[in-house]
Design a protein around this ligand. Structure first.
Ligand code: NDP
Length: 447
């Protein structure tokens, strides 16, 4: 039994009802075997045992009144996992599937992702089993106010800085910040990111995750002398990440032929151009409708009820919806149909066996913690602008985002090469993120 196996067995035994958390730890630890064997200091300082236990978990009741005056109750969470290199940082997810294990997986991943951005941010994640879908704006506002009335005690610009995720977009961040400001009686802009530009947000933050995932894809393609030009691309999701990914990929000459939501997929062989994307944005961000309505508006597109996009032949696939949305079978189908690149906008969208399929087929595979780090990176830039009380231009933020994605690609690529597995971005990203955090933990002693 090795040190890695010992800790992994303990994590598995202690968290039997949290499969996503075990999946995330297993994937990271698998990459860490060579570094832990090479550097005895990590075992000597008990780094792995300490890394898998969150610094703090906060769980609270969120009571609110619906429009009919009935009392409703949801669970609220914040997992503050690790702040060795900076204040806790990570989004809030509002979705009925949210439970502690899901947030532990997301916050664990966030530790390494944030370390890769080159910015000083620790790892956290939070949210609620509340589903904004099907609720009026007033109900969402009352829920957000009640959620923040508890959460405000645990967050702050140098403590913990939440942002959006699934189900938490500009509307929700606005309601959360409004209540936070009211309780604190101070305009602490740096406590939440993803704010609107007029009240402390950063330009390019809404675009950042989708753009960053596109830039990471370009970086991977460039290693083979290729680009996104003329590539047929399949995309899942139709929310924040998917929308801006479609925008950027299209601007780079790629053709995005799908979008989806939890009800089904639309397939538009002509591609989703700027006008069609504007329709999706209005449908999803304002009307809060279903993606199937796209096929009614554009009759050349097909609506595939209940289906995911992965059976549609493509050169590049961009999962931008949710965890474990690419099964082993889906991965095999993608490879069989000629897919050459997967760049993950969503967090942990590929099942572990699916990752093996991509790697065996030499698909350029950009794992989430590297490929989608652009979102939190620009959140870090939003914090920097807030602390200086100024705003940077779109060009400046986009330029910094591109540089960060370039440097994440470089460090993941060179670290994988150093450990003898060139092109294995999973290994490179996990090891590079780990070394930064683990060394900081050693410097700061046993706490
Ligand atoms: P949104 O809420 O804006 O959009 C989510 C999209 O995914 C919707 O189309 C939604 O469909 C679909 N979806 C959600 N759950 C499921 C499910 N169980 N099955 C199928 N489809 C589903 O979220 P984001 O775009 O912000 O987030 C998407 C992914 O990207 C998540 O994994 C998130 O963690 C990750 N991410 C987001 C970042 C950000 O900056 N926003 C940063 C880094 C990662 P429906 O409308 O039917 O619910």
């Amino acid at each position: 039994m090795t040190y890695v196996d010992d800790v992994l067995n303990e994590v598995t035994a202690l968290n039997p009802a949290q499969p996503e958390f075990i999946q995330a730890v297993t994937e990271v630890f698998h990459s860490l075997r060579p570094v832990v064997e090479r550097e005895p200091k990590y075992q000597k300082n008990g780094i792995l045992e300490r890394l898998v236990v969150p610094d703090r978990i906060i769980i609270f009741r969120v009571g609110w009144l619906d429009d009919a005056g009935r009392f409703r109750v949801n669970r609220g969470y914040r997992v503050q996992f690790n702040n060795a290199i900076g204040p806790y940082k990570g989004g809030l997810r509002f979705h009925p599937s949210v439970y502690l294990g899901l947030l532990k997986f997301l916050s664990f991943e966030q530790i390494f992702k944030n370390a890769l951005t080159t910015l000083p941010m620790g790892g956290a994640k939070g949210g609620s089993d509340f589903d904004p879908k099907g609720h009026s704006d007033n109900e969402v506002m009352r829920f957000c106010q009640s959620f923040m009335t508890e959460l405000f005690r645990y967050i702050g610009p140098d403590t913990d800085v939440p942002a959006g995720d699934i189900g938490v977009g500009g509307r929700e961040v606005g309601y959360l910040f409004g209540q936070y400001k009211r309780i604190c009686n101070e305009f602490r802009a740096g406590t939440l990111t993803g704010k609107a530009f007029a009240w402390g947000g950063s330009l390019i933050r809404p675009e950042a995750t989708g753009y960053g995932t596109t830039y990471f894809a370009q970086e991977m393609l460039a290693t083979r002398g290729e680009s996104l030009k003329s590539k047929i691309c399949t995309v899942s999701g139709s929310g924040n990440v998917a929308q801006y990914l479609i925008e950027r990929v299209t601007q780079f000459g790629g053709k995005c032929v799908t979008a989806s939501d939890s009800s089904g997929t639309i397939h538009d062989p002509d591609g989703i151009d700027a006008e069609k994307l504007a329709f999706i944005m209005e449908l999803k961000n304002e009307k809060r409708g279903r993606i199937g309505e796209y096929a009614a508006k554009y009759p050349k597109a097909k609506y595939l009820a209940g289906a995911k996009p992965w059976a549609i032949p493509c050169d590049c696939a961009f999962p931008c919806a949710t965890q474990n949305e690419i099964s082993v079978e889906d991965a095999k189908t993608l490879v069989a149909n000629g897919c050459k690149l997967v760049s993950e906008g969503a967090n942990m969208p590929t099942e572990p066996g699916g990752v093996d399929v991509f790697q065996a087929a030499k698909v350029l595979y950009g794992p989430a913690k590297a490929a989608n780090a652009g979102g939190v990176a620009v959140s870090g830039l939003e914090m920097a602008q807030n602390s200086q009380h100024l705003f940077w231009s779109r060009e400046e933020v986009d330029h910094r985002l591109r540089e960060i994605m370039h440097s994440i690609h470089e460090v993941a690529r060179s670290t994988a090469a150093e450990y003898g597995d060139e092109g294995n971005y999973v290994l490179g990203a996990n090891v590079a993120g780990f070394i930064k955090v683990a060394d900081a933990m050693i410097d700061q002693g046993i706490v």
